[in-house]
Design a protein around this ligand. Sequence first.
Ligand SMILES: NC(=O)c1ccc[n+]([C@@H]2O[C@H](COP(=O)([O-])OP(=O)(O)OC[C@H]3O[C@@H](n4cnc5c(N)ncnc54)[C@H](OP(=O)(O)O)[C@@H]3O)[C@@H](O)[C@H]2O)c1
Length: 380
Amino acid sequence: MALTWSPAIPGVPPCDLRRSAVSSLPSARRLSSTIIRSVRASLRLGPLFWPWQKVKVGPLSVSPMGFGTWAWGNQVLWGYQESMDTELQDAFNLALRNGINLFDTADSYGTGRLNGQSEKLLGKFISEFQGPGNVRENVVIATKFAAYPWRVTPGQFVNACKSSLDRLQIDKIGIGQLHWSTANYAPLQEKALWDGLVAMYEKGLVQAVGVSNYGPKQLLKIHDYLTTRGVPLCSAQVQFSLLSMGPEQMELKRVCDSLGIRVIAYSPLGLGMLTGKYTASTLPSGPRGLLFRQILPGLESLLFSLRRIAQARGKTMSQVAINWCICKGTIPIPGIKTVKHVDENLGSLGWRLNSDEILELESAAQDSPKKMIQNIFQTA
Ligand SMILES: NC(=O)c1ccc[n+]([C@@H]2O[C@H](COP(=O)([O-])OP(=O)(O)OC[C@H]3O[C@@H](n4cnc5c(N)ncnc54)[C@H](OP(=O)(O)O)[C@@H]3O)[C@@H](O)[C@H]2O)c1
């Protein structure tokens, strides 16, 4: 079974496939005619979302899946230890070498003295990456700026952005995102956040701006405001998965589509619940275990469908869950901590679920009695 990352055409490494797919096929003389026919057939099927088939986010070109780095530096929820850094670097290198160029982080990632560790590690890994220079140059970092109560002026956001740039060791951030809106609890601060985004964009510190945890109503407000300031809003990051696909997420997707804003799907694996490796008797340690204990017992039907489709396709449950997010038109950013995670999650690309499979998964998900909890800062 093709459980991990493997090219669709046996014996052809992904890099060769990439070269052949982007170059003019008839002149790709180094490939056999059988291979050329297979690639042509796969291209005719429509977008198959290979890592090198980049999608646009504002002015940026990113892989159809990125990777999330919340765990890098987070001891409380994700059990991070500095001894994991070598593995994290190997995982990052593997992702980059296989065409993934979008990495999501935040200035608040990293617990206690490790605050900022996720950005720092990304900065180190980018600068130490051994490979073609253009691969490194094309990395798109999407970082998020926390709406801390003391960040109330555009200047404070600009300073926050400069600190992230220092930790990341880069000149420009790809997507500068507001981590959350303060509309629910400090509405007067909200305008300062928006002006902060404008300021970092106007100073050329970020190539594009985005939001996170904004619902459709609040998204429209910030979109309209940014438009008056001449700043395009390029992305909206939200919890989006088979465990988080309610009317709010679908409405946000609809509004984003109408405005040309990309939806970035966070926690596409339901923090790990959709991987199939956890059960009511095999729970992760820490706070995740408490959450999973409540939700997992109601997921039998969904996990059954995920497993059934995965087995029928020679895929894994994680690959199916991530592919579903892509089929819904989002850019998923599964969190990764190991080479194995990267290797396996790369296998989410280059194929797509059919409409019957999507229907089966969604109806199984709707049957689940318990839904994923939403971020406390998520707005309407
Ligand atoms: N904007 C926001 O407020 C916000 C909130 C949350 C997340 N995010 C972003 O979204 C990213 C992804 O979300 P997430 O990390 O919360 O959750 P997720 O992607 O749903 O789950 C990630 C976890 O699943 C497990 N996993 C990943 N791939 C696997 C595989 N192939 N096989 C088995 N297990 C696998 C790993 O944990 P274990 O091995 O420990 O199970 C991994 O840490 C974050 O890293 C972050 O960048 C943003």
